[in-house]
Design a protein. Structure first.
Length: 436
């Protein structure tokens, strides 16, 4: 057993009595009240999920295992010669709650190397798809196809004990995470670079190897590391995290669960917003003939978008009530590495112009930018201009967090999810006593 898996086992066994005690001794204690507006309104704010892997405070933003983004970037072991930490070390933190040593990071790297060969059938399936399929469709299909190799599926059929489910999910998760960067880079090169595939380099870390397989030089390796870390987890209620968790609660294996997670991420109100931002900006640039719009011109574009009934992509959030620190981390990267990039200037202008307009319009509860407002800019700058691909990058990162959550959910024996629905008649009865 790897030292990461051993440590995880210790942590899960230590944690189990806490969960069991809460359910057995305090199961009737109320956590929350549920209002009709929440029942109809997308379950917004209802406290009904548990995760210790990340927590999203509306005003502070995300903490991973108790650490803010700047703390994570500062404390985790860094790749020699790079600004950003190892993604492998970040996964160790998500899974165990501990900051790993360099030796522990190297062990994860070795574990990934031993698991990273992508079966040929995955590439065959990708090559059989229409080349103009959306890259998210390709990504989700490729991942789902690997159900064929699921360790959990085979163990379950043999009669594995419930207490050991997490161990088989761990095997599947590590097998998948080791392969995911190559699958994503393959989709990119197959679809957009005439199938000129660059083989994986076993000496490189996850972020470095991804940049290498994409065919993009430094500092794109640091961009990859930063992206995968920032997009990994945002507690459990967002569509992608929740979908992955829900599907796995039926004991569907990691491949089914992460594929489902990607399908949720592919919606324009969620992960696809990073593609939408660039599409929207392209529209602005085209109509300006490439010239940077003035503040007044930009305001008009924003109002035109709102008045046509569309949302301004990259702004607003269901939980956050301030600027997303994931946006700020990317903005800092831009200020350091691409301050004069024209698209960065557009996005920075939007940062100034959009929030007051959304406030004036008075609908959005949060007028501030989210993670997706900034992420496409960096990709565009380093040559990834096929903006349909941006959500795939989000998906690689999100898989780290969702796999970690699924392993823990099985480790703590969380049951199949099954909330209760009511009818409109019932709500009317509760609200004002109407008899149907
Ligand atoms: N532009 C225009 N209108 C917006 C808006 C925006 N950026 N954000 C919210 N609104 C509108 C909503 O559409 C809603 O309008 P209706 O009452 O007509 O339906 C109203 O303001 C209230 O919405 P809210 O409670 O503030 O926001 P929600 O929790 O319902 O939705 C989100 C959150 C992210 C879907 C929404 O802010 C949005 O559509 N943003 C743009 C798309 C985007 O950037 N998504 C990515 C979010 C991050 C991620 O998950 O990756």
């Amino acid at each position: 057993m790897s030292s990461l898996k051993k440590k995880l086992e210790e942590k899960i066994l230590q944690h189990r009595p806490r969960t069991e005690r809460l359910v057995k001794e305090y199961g009737d204690v109320k956590v929350d009240e549920v209002k009709i507006s929440q029942v109809i309104g997308g379950m917004r704010g209802i406290k009904c999920l548990v995760t210790d892997i990340s927590y999203l405070d509306p005003f502070e933003g995300i903490r991973f295992r108790g650490y803010t983004i700047p703390e994570v970037l500062e404390k985790l072991p860094k790749v020699p010669g790079a600004e950003m930490p190892y993604v492998e070390g970040f996964l160790y933190l998500l899974l165990t709650g501990d900051i790993p040593t360099m030796q522990e990071v190297e062990e994860v790297h070795k574990e990934f190397n031993a698991r990273k060969k992508v079966p040929q059938y995955v590439f065959d399936i990708l090559h059989a798809m229409p080349k103009d399929s959306h890259p998210m469709t390709m990504f989700a299909t490729a991942i789902m196809s690997m159900h064929l190799d699921s360790v959990f599926d085979k163990e379950y059929r043999k009669g594995i004990q419930k207490a050991d489910y997490w161990s088989a999910y761990y095997e599947d998760a590590m097998n998948l995470l080791a392969k995911i960067p190559e699958i994503a880079a393959h989709i990119y090169r197959w679809k957009y670079k005439d199938g000129d595939i660059i083989p994986s380099d076993p000496d490189l870390d996850m972020g470095g190897n991804f940049a290498h397989m994409m065919g993009i030089g430094r500092p794109y390796d640091d961009v990859a590391r930063l992206y995968f870390i920032l997009h990994s987890d945002h507690e459990s209620g967002n569509v992608s995290a929740h979908t992955g968790h829900l599907v796995a609660s039926a004991l569907s294996d990691i491949y089914y669960s992460i594929s489902a997670m990607l399908n949720g991420l592919a919606g324009p109100l969620h992960g696809l917003a990073n593609e939408e931002v660039l599409r929207w900006l392209q529209g602005v640039m085209d109509s300006m003939g490439g010239k940077i719009p003035t503040e007044e011109e930009m305001k008009k574009f924003v109002w035109d978008t709102l008045e046509s009934g569309k949302v301004v992509p990259g702004f607003g959030h269901a939980v956050l009530r301030k600027t997303d620190p994931r946006y700020m981390a990317q903005r800092e990267f831009c200020l350091k590495h691409l301050p004069d990039d024209p698209i960065f200037k557009y996005v920075d202008l939007l940062f100034k112009v959009v929030p007051p307009i959304l406030l004036e319009q008075g609908k959005a509860k949060n007028p501030w930018p989210n993670v997706d407002a900034q992420s496409g800019v960096i990709q565009w700058h380093y040559g990834v201009r096929e903006y349909e691909f941006y959500t795939v990058l989000f998906g690689i990162g999100r898989a780290l967090g969702v796999c970690s959550n699924i392993i823990w959910a099985r480790g703590l024996g969380y049951p199949i999810e099954r909330p209760k629905s009511v009818t409109t008649d019932m709500l009317e009865e509760i609200a004002f006593g109407k008899k149907s």
